[in-house]
Design a protein around this ligand. Structure first.
Ligand code: IMP
Length: 426
């Protein structure tokens, strides 16, 4: 068994990583989130009980697992405290199995305010969880890290600098008044920190010295990666495998034997703005959205939906050097007489077979489709590859041949037992 496993999104997030990680993490001792924050929403259903993981790694739901919030994350301490309380109220004690990096940055209430104000201008369709501004402060070298909360003088000095900066931006750029309400800081940051501080550690050192098996859980997806995604319609972290080293504080050498799998839906969705060449509109879109239950886990927003884009998927395979794909929601395509897949883009008479970095091309290209026959049988809940209808199998083979890596596993429904392996994963 591989001692290090990475599971990440191969599309625009919402691929169903939560359930996959829940299943695969059972055999790992440690699980790690290394980028993003409470913008994520990984849904897991265990014995009929639904958990939505925002900041915590999904693996922590297993009673033997230590969960790590690594340094590349931006942490909303109040949201974290509430998430822990919610899981514990469902009968799963996790507090003592959690480690929070002392180097992780803290999402402050004014980051959420700035997210809202910036969103009015940019239209990225962010989750409004303050993620972009928290990373902005980090790279501007004005951020407040978890470690800073241990020293009141350091914290107060940083806070004062922050408030001065935010006040000038809010008032001069956005023309709104800004007064800091210290009760809010107390409520959202300091009190939750008091309750969580015993779990703060140097998590990079913990991972370096930990000889056990570790699963790394990416949030969002490769197409939302700040460098490799559809910039500027992306999240503010490296949500592809590129984020592993700096997000955990581990050398790239540490990951040399890791297996990396990308989770992808059998079709495609996206929330928020930005290019989506295979997007469907009108009735066709509504049918797919309803069938797939495509509403956001974090914000409840209806997701944009479309056909599978193999050019984009191949990009994710290449960027992450994926060992294989894990395909989810194939059953949503059950009953479609024909299924389209995008195999190239056409822009101003030119054919693009590779995912372009230009937003102009992505926004204005036309997808070139290949049409494959659908299947009449049901794939819902199947657990045996023999039960796959012949045309469903052909669909999978088409994807594999195009992207050049195998589909190792299928998820066939939301419940924990609804999956099947097609190849060896570990
Ligand atoms: P932010 O991460 O809140 O700054 O949002 C930036 C973009 O990433 C927006 O288009 C969001 O809809 C998208 N996004 C962020 N987190 C997720 C996620 O977990 N799933 C899907 N999309 C996400």
């Amino acid at each position: 068994m591989s001692e290090k496993l990475v599971i990440l999104g191969a599309q625009w997030g919402d691929e169903g990583k939560g359930k996959i990680v829940d299943l695969l993490s059972e055999r790992f001792d440690v699980s790690v989130r290394y980028q993003g924050g409470s913008n994520a929403g990984h849904t897991v259903v265990i014995n009929g009980v639904k958990y939505i993981m925002h900041l915590l790694p999904t693996g922590i739901l297993h009673p033997h697992n230590t969960g790590v919030i690594a340094q590349g994350m931006v942490v909303d301490l109040k949201a974290l405290e509430e998430e822990i309380a919610d899981i514990e109220a469902k009968g799963n004690p996790i507090f003592d199995r959690l480690l929070i990096s002392d180097r992780a940055h803290v999402v402050m209430p004014y980051h959420k305010l700035l997210d809202k104000l910036l969103e009015r201008k940019n239209g990225v369709g962010t989750t409004l969880r303050g993620i972009g501004p928290a990373y902005m402060f980090k790279f501007m070298r004005k951020g407040i890290r978890v470690v800073d909360l241990f020293d009141q003088r350091v914290f107060e000095r940083r806070l004062e600098e922050n408030v001065e900066f935010v006040k000038s931006v809010v008032e001069k750029v956005f023309g709104e008044r800004f007064e800091i309400d210290l009760r809010y800081i107390e409520e959202e940051v300091l009190r939750p920190f008091e309750r969580l501080k015993s779990r703060v550690a140097d998590t990079a050192k913990f991972l370096r010295e930990n000889t056990k098996s570790v699963i790394f859980e990416g949030a969002q997806g490769t197409l939302l990666d700040v460098d490799m995604g559809t910039y500027p319609f992306v999240t503010s972290s490296n949500s592809s495998a590129l984020g592993l080293a700096h997000g955990t504080g581990l050398s790239p050498k540490y990951f040399k034997d890791a297996k990396i799998y990308g989770v992808a839906k059998a079709y495609l969705t996206r929330v928020g703005g930005g290019p989506f060449p295979t997007e469907l509109k009108g009735e066709e879109a509504e049918r797919l959205r309803q069938k797939g239950g495509e509403y956001g886990a974090t914000t409840g927003r209806p997701r944009r939906v479309g056909w599978l884009d193999l050019v984009a998927l191949k990009h994710a395979v290449d960027v992450n050097a994926l060992d294989g794909l894990i395909l989810t929601k194939l059953d949503v395509l059950d009953g479609y007489p024909e299924i389209k897949v995008c195999v190239a883009y056409e822009y101003r008479g030119k054919i693009y077979e590779e995912f372009p970095s230009s937003l102009e091309v992505l926004e204005n290209c036309k997808p070139v489709y290949e049409t494959l026959p659908g299947w009449s049988g049901s794939t819902k809940g199947i657990t045996d590859p023999e039960q796959l209808p012949a045309n469903a199998r052909r669909y999978l083979e088409f994807i594999e041949n195009f992207v050049g890596v195998p589909i190792v596993m299928l998820s066939t429904g939301p419940q924990r037992h609804e999956y099947l392996f097609l190849k060896e994963v570990f």
